[in-house]
Design a protein around this ligand. Structure first.
Ligand code: PMP
Length: 410
């Protein structure tokens, strides 16, 4: 029943393929700049000290068992997640205009939101039922939205010339999209480019989207990880909420808690302020619960328990903020060093974008040929588009990396 013309061999996931190739490489100098997971200065995964503390508390808790969580997840976790992303005193929370479901990390939240939109989003113009994503965007967005048959289009985002934001292209495409289109926005630390709009630019994007009654869907996978400040990294989302938008948020705790494999995340729907908002949130929440039930029944407990301990305890929360500054601080330091090493070598080209960009990734501007040479001759692994995970750089390999880049660029 499943012959090759019915089920052709699918290509391997490029990122996980890259990881396998790196593992196989036996050269001592090899450098892994592929996968987006934090590494410490010894290129090792880092369990956050605050996560260790929370895990210890969980181990000692005599009341813990392995019963199912509710369909919407752990309530202490989802309510703390609302406060984290919208701010403790957000009018959206006090007005009870938010409904939240625990999700299978950020991916699961994006999927749940996308599924809900395919079922229930009915803009006046039929061609507005399209999600606009940045060009480029996180590769999985494409698969994720096509999986639920949500039509997708791109808006310009990255300027090859400046290696910064193509703001005019972004705004004009969003402006000319059919009224009521869905616009996917990276809340901070854009993946793969590391390029974020300024607050002034976000303000303009919000104005244009409001005039066109577009629907914002925020993907927030790096809160606290980009600038080191949780508030600053949620600024764009809160600006849109203040402007009275109805919107969705996919919130991941993979990076900022280092809980990658535990799949802790949350989906939020925020209704616009109106006399019907509380009722709307109840109706939307009831349908989301049915979708959730049919797909995963109940979300996974462990990661949410760890995060919930931290989010609901002042002392642990303060420790978490320190851990976030450790991670973001190391990454920012690597950016500074990489730029200054390349500039010191007078490597052809400009390198200010390395420090202008923010978060886990940098779009280096290296082309596919250079990326291939780096991999084959220098044992340096990165994605074909020239994206590097800054977390893969450390005090032991940064000189070697800068030298290798210098040689392939010349
Ligand atoms: N969105 C973006 C932009 C991401 O970079 C990631 C992580 N690579 C995610 C969502 C979701 O990750 P996860 O499902 O592990 O939370």
């Amino acid at each position: 029943a499943f012959s090759a013309d019915v089920v052709p061999q699918a290509p391997e996931d490029p990122l996980f393929g890259l990881m396998a190739a790196f593992k196989k490489d036996s050269d001592a100098k090899k450098v892994d700049l592929g996968i987006g997971a934090y590494r410490d200065d010894n290129a090792k995964p880092w369990v956050l000290p605050v996560v260790k503390q929370a895990e210890e508390l969980l181990r000692k808790d005599p009341d813990l068992n392995h019963e199912y969580l509710p369909i919407a997840g752990l309530a202490d976790f989802t309510s703390a997640s609302q406060k984290l992303i919208l701010g403790k005193s957000s009018p959206a929370i006090t007005d009870k205009r938010v409904v939240s479901l625990q999700s299978v990390s950020g991916t699961g939240a994006l999927h749940l939101g996308a599924l809900f939109l395919t079922r229930f989003y009915n803009p006046a113009a039929a061609d507005a039922k399209t999600i606009y994503v940045s060009t480029p965007t996180w590769a999985n967005h494409n698969q994720l939205f096509s999986n639920v048959k949500l039509p997708m289009k791109g808006y310009p985002y990255f300027s090859k010339e400046t290696k910064g934001l193509d703001f005019d292209g972004m705004v004009s495409t969003i402006e000319s999209a059919p009224e009521g289109s869905i616009i996917l926005l990276h809340a901070c630390a854009h993946n793969p480019t590391g390029v974020d709009p300024t607050q002034e630019q976000w303000t303009k994007v919000a104005q244009v989207m409001k005039a066109k009654r577009h629907f914002p869907f925020f993907d927030c996978a790096y809160q606290g990880f980009a600038s080191g400040s949780l508030e600053q990294d949620a600024w764009a989302i809160n600006h849109f909420v203040e402007q009275g938008f109805e919107l969705m948020i996919a919130q991941s705790y993979a990076k900022n808690f280092g809980l990658y494999g535990e799949r802790a995340g949350c989906f939020h729907f925020v209704a616009a302020p109106s006399s019907d908002a509380v009722d709307e949130v109840s109706r939307v929440g009831s349908q989301l619960a049915i979708l959730q039930r049919s797909e995963i029944s109940n979300p996974p407990a462990y990661g949410a328990r760890v995060a919930s301990r931290v989010l609901n305890d002042e002392k642990l929360f303060a420790q978490w903020e320190e851990d976030l500054r450790t991670m973001s601080g190391r990454i920012i330091e690597m950016r500074k060093q990489l730029r200054s090493k390349l500039e010191a070598k007078k490597t052809p080209g400009t390198w200010n974008h390395i420090t202008d960009q923010i978060g886990m990734f940098s779009f280096t501007g290296l082309n596919e040929q250079q990326v291939q040479t780096l991999r084959e001759e220098y044992h340096v692994y990165m994605t074909k588009n020239g994206r590097i995970s800054m977390a893969g750089l450390n005090s032991h390999n940064i000189d070697y990396f800068a030298e290798s880049v210098d040689k392939v660029v010349r």
